[in-house]
Design a binder for this molecule. Structure first.
Ligand code: ADP
Length: 349
């Protein structure tokens, strides 16, 4: 007759894709009971692992049904022991993170304007200036900072379980990185409900071993969604930067983004205009306004904010990024890297 030890042993083959640890070790599978022909187990997944839930449930079932005398598997979902107590809406009680001096959010009205490029390069430049810097990639819908930083094959180490579980950021190019990209299963559509996103963001803030940072740069998803609200209602944000392009058609989205931060009481540092014209490397005296001009300045003026930087379209931004090296590190003489340095210096003031 199947014994609990045999069941536990079999279940320990089920692995978390993020940490590569088994679920017994992580404490995600608890209370294995065998009452032949039935087996009952409790599953307590932290929210950032919810994307794996269907796969895990299936594997648990198959594993236990493999025993010839088990034909009924019951899986109890234990939300109460999730690290944040399963609370989906914790309200706007701001809770600073021990050891993080300043949190800067980078956002944009729409995708594809270079928000992540800006966030990554600000973070690397701050590190080059000698400041301890972390990057939290909260762009749950398109977490691409791991590939921009050349760490997409890495997975962060996790230790402890339940309330005590901690994630160790990946360290590269002088910065500590945590990204949803490390945790989601490849090819899986990431459809996060708002409340779940809230929980994940809180775990990324409070259950990561951020090591006495001067700055945490948060790369938010584009738009005015739940991630912005979650972040603003969790931690005190020292400032938000809105990235836009010179195109005036994208202004409407950027305006909405700015208005939301104002409504949430987040201080706005200013506007960064990215893709501000193309300067051919062989004709540096020329500038082609491929995406129009003036968008950043109009947005900044409307909200009485400074236009903090205008970053040109540069081939090396893409080529270095494709190699997993942000331009601030890969080509420090480039115009973009120089502008990023000025931007980082502004942030430190
Ligand atoms: P977002 O985070 O807003 O979706 P990304 O930072 O991922 O945008 O940038 C989208 C694409 O544009 C990437 O391929 C990136 O390398 C490229 N890109 C961003 N900024 C620049 C720039 N200044 N010059 C050239 N390419 C850029």
């Amino acid at each position: 007759m199947t014994k609990v030890e045999e069941a536990r042993d079999a279940l320990s083959k089920i692995i978390d894709v993020g940490s590569k640890k088994n679920l017994m070790e992580l404490g995600w599978i608890k209370n294995v009971r065998v009452l032949v022909p039935r087996s009952i187990i409790t599953l307590a997944l932290p929210s950032y692992a919810n994307s794996q839930r269907d796969r895990i449930v299936k594997e648990i079932r198959n594993t236990l049904l493999n025993f010839s005398d088990i034909n009924d598997v019951q899986i109890e979902i234990d939300n109460a022991s999730q690290p944040d107590g399963g609370s989906e809406d914790s309200g706007p009680n701001l809770q600073a993170i021990n050891g993080i001096k300043k949190i800067i959010a980078v956002s944009s009205g729409k995708g594809g304007v270079g928000k992540s490029t800006v966030a990554v390069n600000i973070a690397c430049t701050l590190a080059k200036l000698g400041l301890k810097t972390g990057l939290l990639d909260a762009d749950i819908y398109g977490p691409n900072t791991p590939s921009m930083l050349g760490v997409s094959d890495e997975s962060p180490k996790v230790y402890g379980s339940g309330n005590e579980q901690r994630l160790i950021p990946i360290f590269k190019h002088g910065i500590s990185i945590v990204s949803m990209g490390f945790l989601i299963e490849e090819g899986q559509p990431v459809i996060w409900r708002g409340p779940m996103l809230n929980t994940i963001i809180r775990q990324f803030l409070y259950q990561v071993e951020w090591d006495n940072l001067d700055f945490l740069i948060v790369d938010l998803p584009p738009g005015t969604g739940d991630a912005q609200i979650s972040l603003a209602q969790s931690v005190p944000i020292d400032g938000a930067i809105i990235v836009t392009t010179p195109q005036q058609v994208s202004l409407q989205d950027s305006r909405r983004g700015l208005a939301m931060f104002k409504q949430l009481g987040v201080p706005l540092l200013g506007v960064v205009e990215n893709m501000s014209g193309f300067i051919p490397p062989d004709q540096p005296e020329k500038k082609y306004e491929i995406f129009g001009k003036g968008g950043g300045q109009i947005l900044a003026d409307e909200h009485k904010l400074p236009l903090l930087a205008q970053i040109p379209i540069e081939i090396s931004v893409v080529s270095e990024s494709n190699k997993g090296i942000p331009i601030a590190i890969g080509d420090p003489q480039s115009l973009s890297a120089i502008v990023f340095k000025e931007l980082a210096q502004f942030i430190t003031k």
